[in-house]
Write a protein that binds this ligand. Structure first.
Ligand code: C5P
Length: 290
């Protein structure tokens, strides 16, 4: 049996570069893993088939779940004709929130099956399965701090952003990623930024340096779809964070503070909201093998 903590991601930087002919968007993003995590347990089973259990209904049919589809692809890649496995996902990462929760579970299944079945698929093989299922899954296989390009699947490792104390606030409504990207005009502003800020390539960073270099182009489009996001952003801003920004396509807001104490004070101010204490972490997946 293998248990995997699958960490959520936030986008410290998300620059939209162009709309692509395939409907996706060319982007450049600094992605960061944070300690809010789903718990994925994978067991070999006596019964044939892939059984998927979750504590929250994610999709009406398990077969539509990304994690299930990842398992199918994995077994076809290793040419296993009769898989017998039980996958349990304990969801803690909010759904449709801009935190890549579904992608993290999917990455956990791909990498977890590779270990449990000692299949020895290479990192590239795993990335191939990951990128065929979604844009953020490859990042979740590695995690930490990474530069993501293309539609999000082309990765370069960056020095760890640093250990910071923060929180996530999930507003009480979901936002569809496809709808937010759908609101991006065909003609994007002529290139907004030349490059990722220098600071991300340096080894040690102060929180104030990070704070001056966070941005998210999707924010204005997410607000068009769901103007209430602003209300929640302002609530978090009132707690005086060093950094406060929407993650991915939203609606979750992340914030970082100068100390654990300040973060804890902010958590108590925001206690009526759906809030999660987080820290930045250095990997996307954490394995325990039994
Ligand atoms: O790849 P994934 O399934 O996570 O993406 C969800 C949706 O987000 C896509 O169907 C697409 O509409 C949009 N998207 C995009 N450009 C990206 C990533 C996602 O347009 N780089």
């Amino acid at each position: 049996m293998i248990k995997i903590k699958a960490f959520a991601k936030i986008n410290l930087v998300l620059d939209l570069l162009a709309k692509r002919p395939d409907g996706y968007h060319e982007l450049r993003s600094v992605m960061q893993s944070v300690s809010c995590a789903d718990l994925v347990t994978i067991k070999k089973s006596g019964l044939p088939g892939i059984k998927l259990l979750t504590n929250k209904e994610i999709t009406a049919r398990p077969e539509d779940n990304l994690a299930y589809r990842a398992a199918l692809l994995f077994f076809s890649k290793i040419k296993e004709p009769a898989p017998a496995v039980e996958i349990t996902i304990e969801k803690n990462i909010p759904l449709a929130a801009g935190l890549a929760g579904g992608s993290a579970d999917c990455a956990a299944v791909i990498a977890g099956l590779n270990k449990l079945f000692a299949a020895k698929l290479s990192g590239l093989d795993l990335e191939e399965i990951a990128s065929s299922l979604g844009s953020d899954i490859s990042f979740c296989l590695y995690g930490g701090t990474m530069l993501a390009e293309g539609r999000g699947e082309k990765l370069t490792a960056l020095p760890f952003a640093g250990k910071f104390y923060g929180l996530l606030l999930k507003p009480p409504f979901p936002v569809s990623t496809a709808k937010v990207y759908g609101a991006v005009p065909r003609q994007l502003r002529p290139c907004c930024y030349n490059n990722i800020p220098e600071i991300y390539f340096k080894e040690s960073k102060k929180l104030e340096q990070l704070a001056a270099n966070c941005r998210n182009d999707l924010y204005e489009y997410a607000r068009e779809i769901e103007p209430r996001i602003d209300i929640f952003l302002k609530k978090v801003q009132k707690t005086n964070p060093a950094v406060c920004q929407m993650s991915g396509s939203g609606p979750t807001i992340f914030a970082f503070y100068f100390s654990e104490k300040e973060r804890n004070e902010a958590l108590s101010v925001l206690e009526k909201e759906e809030v999660y204490a987080i820290e930045t972490v250095k990997e996307g997946l954490e394995f325990s093998i039994f």
